[in-house]
Design a protein around this ligand. Structure first.
Ligand code: HPA
Length: 270
């Protein structure tokens, strides 16, 4: 069976350079892909096993090339559980990043904030997560060649990579907060009562992605860093009406800062 990694190597040909890092660009955050040099871009639909999403704001293509001098592979947009994608299929893009030779992955997403002082447009480096999706992408037979049956998540969000994110943010004069991300299945936004409950559980941000990718990444040995672009105060905390259009508009504000932080992070990555 031809793997996605084989298709990508073939498409890049002589231009193939082993990526050091994978970057997953979430809702409205795909602009960084345009800064990739010597780019080979492939639509997810061309990549065996890749789930193809249908949500506005997600380009759905993989871009291989260099960013600020560092070889990277960028996943511009992602598929989500709420699109009816089986959770195990969400493993394929992350495992492809690993199969191409990357050692770490940086995951980004748009999220609602449960902290009143961290409003729309702000960035939050994730320190940990709470999985309220009700599913786990590693359910089913384990492939021991990829990773262990039982994977620990005690150190899922890499301390060194997070420190490097903070250094990059400081260098770019961007305010980067920290917090715990709680993942829901979506696609409905939360109720005010759920948000009150999630606060008690210890969540700082809420969103509909990222956690399956973190689990798969740790399983296959990728180091993980993750950043939420805060697009709104979570339901019941502010007076804005939550819509996907609002998410995309607010993500555009945070995306500019995120792009600068990630570019410096990648430049200084060693
Ligand atoms: N809830 C869930 N997902 C989100 C939100 C939210 O408030 N904002 C952006 N993605």
């Amino acid at each position: 069976m031809t793997t996605a990694a084989a298709v990508i190597r073939e498409a890049a040909g002589d231009a193939f350079a082993t990526p050091r890092l994978g970057l997953v660009l979430g809702s409205g955050l795909g602009g960084l892909a345009d800064a990739i040099e010597d780019a080979t871009a492939i639509a997810y639909a061309e990549l065996p096993g890749f789930p193809v999403g249908s949500v506005a704001g997600h380009a759905g293509r993989l871009v291989l090339g260099t960013l600020a001098g560092t070889p990277v592979v960028v996943l511009q947009g992602r598929a989500h559980l709420y699109e009816g994608i089986p959770v195990s299929d969400l493993a394929v893009p992350v495992r492809t990043v690993r199969a191409l030779g990357a050692e770490a992955i940086v995951l980004t997403n748009a999220a609602g904030s449960l902290r009143g002082e961290v409003g729309p447009g702000r960035l939050m480096a994730l320190t940990d997560h709470i999985n309220m999706m009700g599913v786990n992408p590693l359910t089913g037979l384990n492939d021991d060649a990829i990773g262990p049956r039982f994977v620990g998540l005690g150190d899922a969000y890499d301390v060194e990579l997070r420190a490097a994110l903070h250094a990059a943010a400081a260098g770019e004069d961007v305010d980067l907060g920290e917090g715990v991300y709680l993942a829901v299945g979506g696609p409905s936004f939360e109720t005010p009562a759920e948000i009150r409950a999630f606060k008690i559980l210890g969540a700082d941000a809420v969103g509909m992605s990222t956690v399956p990718e973190v689990i798969v990444a740790r399983h296959c040995g990728l180091r993980v860093a993750a950043v939420s672009a805060i697009t709104n105060l979570a339901e019941g905390m502010g007076d804005e009406v939550l819509t996907h259009e609002h998410t995309l508009a607010s993500a555009a504000v945070a995306a500019k800062d995120l792009q600068r932080v990630l570019t410096r992070f990648v430049k200084d990555y060693n």
